[in-house]
Design a protein around this ligand. Structure first.
Ligand code: GLN
Length: 519
C-alpha cells in the first residue's frame, strides 16, 4: 500500500488512506482528526444519498464524530498518551447497540429505538477514542446475503451500482469500498462479514467464537453469531480486531484467553513451510469460472512462496447449509420473541379492534414491523422446534454440527490453515435472487461451516473475475483461537497478489462521485 503521497490537505486523498496510514499521519500531526473525519463525512454526503447513492449508512452521526475528533486533537496537543487508532474514524453495523444513537438492525420494528447502552464492541471503540461515523445498512436482523432485506432499502455495490454489496453486512463493506470509512464493524452468523468483503473487494474477519464480545450485538442465532472487523487491508483489519476483541464478563460465552497477536501476525509475510489445506468440497464445482480461476492463482502464489498445498476432504460440509437453516431459524425465532411491541421501538394498534389485548397489539406490531424473510425464518424455526419435530430437525442438525467440527479437527491435523473461495459467485444484480430464498441461501455454502464449528475465518480480495470484472474473495480458515494464522497467511497473500497486480485491488474500482450516484 505504498502509493505516492498526495498532499495531506487533499481531502480526497485522506479517504483513500488506510487506517494504518491515517494513524501514522495523526501521530506525527501531519493531519488532525477533525480533518480526517470531515473528509470522510464529505465523501459520505457526496456518494451515499440519492436515487442511485451507495446507501451504506442508515444513520450518520456527524456531530458526535466531529466532537470525538476534536477531543482527540486537543488531547494529542496536550501530549496525552493515546491509543494508536485514536482519531481514526470507524463505521458501525446497525446490529450493535449505540447509546444515544439509533439502532434498527435494518428493521421497522426497531424504528425510533435509541438504545440506553453501548455494545461492548462499541464501548471498546469509544475507549480507543475512534470517532463513530454512523450506523451501516444491513439485511433485516442480519438475515440475507444482499442487504435487499433491509427495511430501509438496499445498499449498492460501489463496483457496480446495479449490483448487491453482499449481506447481511453490505453497508459496512460498501462504506469501505466507496472510501466512506477506513474501518467498519460487522457481525457474522453464516458469512455476513466475509461474503460482503468478497463481493466488494475488501477484507473481513469472523473471529473465533467467543473472541469478541456479543454483549449488545442484537442476537440472530446466539450459538453462531460473532462480531468482527472489516477493513481494506489485512493490517487495518488486524488493528481493528485488536480493539474489538478480548474477554468480557458481560458475555457468558466470551473466551478468557489473551487476544492472539493478530497485528504481529499481519506483519509476518513468510509462508515458507506452511501447510495450506484446500477444502475439496468447497473449491470445485458450483463456482463461477472466474472465481475458480482467481482461487487457483492465489493458491499457486502461496506455493511459489514456499507453502505446501494439501488436499483436504470435509465430507460433512455438504450438509452444512441444511443444518444451518434449521439451527439458525430455531435460535432466531426464540431471540426475536422479545420484539413484543412493549419493550422496543414500534407499536401498532390492530385496526378495527376497540380494546385490543396485549397479544393483539403484539401480533399487529410483528405483522407490520417484520419483513418477509424474518417472518419466513420465524415460522421455520418455531416449526422445527415444535414437539414431535424437535429431534427430527433441530436434533439432527446438531448432530451434523458435531460431524462438521470433527471434519475441521481432522483437517487441521494435516494443515495449518484451510482455504476455499469465499462465495461461489461475484456480486449479482439487485433483484436477481430476491424472490428465490434458496438461491440467496446458496451464497453461504462456503462460509457457514466456520460458524457451525466456531472457528475463525477471513476473506481477502483474490482479484477480478474475467467474465464480469467484479471482485472475487479468497477464504482462509484457522483452528479455534488461532486467529493470528488468518492474518499471517492473509497478509502474505495480499502482498503476493499486490506485487503481481501492481497495487491494491480497490484501485481498479470505478470512481464514484456525486455525479455518478445522481444519474
Ligand atoms: N446470509 C446468511 C443468512 O442469511 C448469513 C447471515 C449472517 O451471517 N448474519 O443467514
Amino acid at each position: 500500500m505504498s502509493s505516492a503521497t498526495p498532499p495531506a490537505d487533499d481531502s480526497r486523498s485522506l479517504t483513500r488512506r488506510t487506517a494504518a496510514e491515517l494513524a501514522q499521519m495523526l501521530r506525527t500531526r501531519q493531519v488532525s482528526s477533525v480533518e480526517v473525519v470531515q473528509a470522510h463525512l464529505d465523501r459520505i454526503h457526496g456518494t451515499d444519498p440519492g436515487e442511485r447513492g451507495v446507501h451504506a449508512f442508515l444513520h450518520v452521526s456527524a456531530d458526535s464524530a466531529l466532537a470525538t475528533a476534536a477531543a482527540v486533537d486537543r488531547a494529542r496537543a496536550a501530549g496525552e498518551q493515546l491509543h494508536p487508532l485514536a482519531g481514526v474514524p470507524v463505521a458501525v453495523k446497525d446490529v450493535m447497540t449505540t447509546r444515544g444513537m439509533p439502532t434498527t438492525c435494518g428493521s421497522r420494528i426497531l424504528d425510533g429505538w435509541i438504545p440506553p447502552y453501548d455494545a461492548t464492541v462499541v464501548r471498546n471503540l469509544r475507549d480507543a477514542r475512534m470517532p463513530i461515523l454512523g450506523k451501516t445498512n444491513m439485511d433485516e436482523f442480519a438475515m440475507g446475503s444482499s442487504t435487499e432485506h433491509s427495511a430501509f432499502g438496499p445498499t449498492r455495490n460501489p463496483w457496480d451500482l446495479d449490483r448487491i454489496p453482499g449481506g447481511s453486512g453490505g453497508g459496512s463493506a460498501a462504506a469501505l469500498a466507496a472510501f466512506q470509512a477506513p474501518l467498519a464493524t460487522g457481525s457474522d452468523t453464516g458469512g455476513s462479514i466475509r461474503q460482503p468483503a468478497a463481493v466488494t473487494g475488501t477484507v473481513g474477519v469472523k473471529p473465533t467464537y467467543g473472541g469478541v464480545s456479543r454483549y449488545g450485538l442484537v442476537a440472530l442465532a446466539s450459538s453462531l453469531d460473532q462480531a468482527g472487523p472489516c477493513g481494506r487491508t489485512v493490517l487495518d483489519t488486524a488493528l481493528l480486531h485488536e480493539v474489538m476483541a478480548g474477554h468480557d464478563p458481560l458475555d457468558s460465552t466470551s473466551l478468557t484467553d489473551d487476544v492472539p497477536d493478530v497485528v504481529g501476525a499481519a506483519r509476518n509475510r513468510d509462508v515458507a513451510g506452511l501447510r495450506i489445506g484446500v477444502i475439496r468440497e468447497l473449491s470445485g464445482d458450483g463456482c463461477q469460472p472466474g472465481v475458480r480461476a482467481r482461487f487457483d492463482e492465489a493458491t499457486a502464489l502461496l506455493v511459489e512462496a514456499g507453502a505446501t498445498l494439501v488436499d483436504v476432504e470435509c465430507p460433512s460440509f455438504t450438509a452444512a447449509l441444511a443444518a444451518y437453516y434449521l439451527i439458525l431459524p430455531s435460535e432466531a425465532s426464540s431471540n426475536l420473541a422479545k420484539f413484543d411491541a412493549m419493550r422496543y421501538g414500534l407499536r401498532v394498534r390492530p385496526e378495527k379492534v376497540v380494546d385490543p389485548t396485549a397479544e393483539q397489539v403484539m401480533a399487529a406490531t410483528r405483522a407490520a414491523g417484520f419483513g418477509d424473510e424474518v417472518k419466513r425464518r420465524i415460522i421455520l424455526g418455531t416449526y422445527a422446534l415444535s414437539s414431535g419435530y424437535y429431534d427430527a430437525y433441530y436434533g439432527s442438525a446438531q448432530k451434523v454440527r458435531t460431524l462438521i467440527q470433527r471434519d475441521f479437527a481432522r483437517a487441521f491435523e494435516n494443515a495449518d490453515v484451510l482455504v476455499s473461495p469465499t462465495a461461489p459467485t461475484t456480486a449479482f444484480r439487485l433483484g436477481e435472487k430476491l424472490e428465490d430464498p434458496l438461491a440467496m441461501y446458496l451464497n453461504d455454502v462456503a462460509t457457514i461451516p466456520a460458524n457451525l464449528a466456531g472457528v475463525p475465518a477471513m476473506s481477502i480480495p483474490a482479484g477480478i473475475a474475467d467474465e464480469d470484472d467484479l471482485p472475487v474473495g479468497f477464504q482462509i480458515l484457522a483452528p479455534a483461537r488461532a486467529d493470528d494464522r488468518l492474518y499471517h497467511v492473509g497478509a502474505a497473500l495480499e502482498t503476493l497478489l499486490e506485487v503481481r497486480r501492481g497495487g491494491p485491488l480497490l484501485d481498479r474500482a470505478p470512481e464514484i462521485s456525486s455525479a455518478s450516484v445522481a444519474r
